[in-house]
Write a protein that binds this ligand. Structure first.
Ligand SMILES: O=C(O)CCC(=O)C(=O)O
Ligand SMILES: [Fe+2]
Length: 200
């Protein structure tokens, strides 16, 4: 896979998985436009999920888009995808090329400020198959993305996900590593993240 050309390809994870970070995958000007369009052109909602037998609101807005026909579920909710729109198809095109994967769906997260977050989890739903590639694009405020080993939670790695960046997770990552976006008192601006997935 050499489509990244001059990007330096270094695995953030020391073992049991792969995570490659590409800063400035999209130019700053292009990223500013995408941020604005995504805020306006996506059907954002705050959805409840089930946690420890209780229904709680997710601490962020979400949306789910992709090919018709399959639904996707996590944390006790089922989601039916909205059909691809123009802005998402543009981004998907670039991400497919770069990761040499035909992604079928995208899950979007809108962190309104530093108080919005996503807790520790693995993207290991059976519909994703074994060792899925997950392509994660970020626009807006930079946020820290943390990894920890599932079987030894003291082993951690982190990366700052910046405006216009692309993080590709692959190999056994979703089996052995959890990830999260912690809350931050130092972040005021909004951030949008898109995780492209292949659902069979
Ligand atoms: O916002 C992020 O960078 C992480 C999103 C994520 O982990 C997910 O949607 O599964
Ligand atoms: Fe995730």
């Amino acid at each position: 896979m050499d489509l990244f050309g001059d990007f330096e390809r270094k695995n953030i994870l020391p073992e049991k998985g792969e995570a490659y970070y590409y800063q400035n995958f999209f130019s700053p000007a292009q990223s500013d436009l995408y941020l604005k369009r995504l805020i306006e052109e996506i059907s954002w909602k705050q959805e409840p999920i089930w946690m420890f037998g209780k229904q709680v609101m997710q601490p962020r807005l979400t949306a789910f888009y992709g090919n018709p026909g399959v639904n996707y579920g996590y944390s006790g909710i089922q989601m039916k995808p909205y059909p691809w729109n123009e802005v998402l198809l543009e981004i998907k095109n670039d991400i497919n090329k770069a990761s040499q994967t035909q992604f079928t769906h995208v899950l979007l997260n809108y962190y309104r400020d530093g108080q919005d977050s996503m807790g520790w989890h693995r993207d290991n739903e059976p519909e994703l198959g074994l060792n899925p590639a997950i392509g994660s694009v970020s626009f807006g405020a930079s946020r820290i993305f943390q990894f920890r080993l599932y079987h030894d939670k003291t082993v951690k790695r982190e990366v700052l996900l910046e405006h216009g960046s692309f993080l590709l997770m692959a190999g056994e990552t979703q089996h052995y590593w959890e990830h999260q976006i912690p809350k931050s008192k130092k972040v005021y601006g909004p951030r949008i993240n898109l995780t492209f997935r292949r659902i069979q």
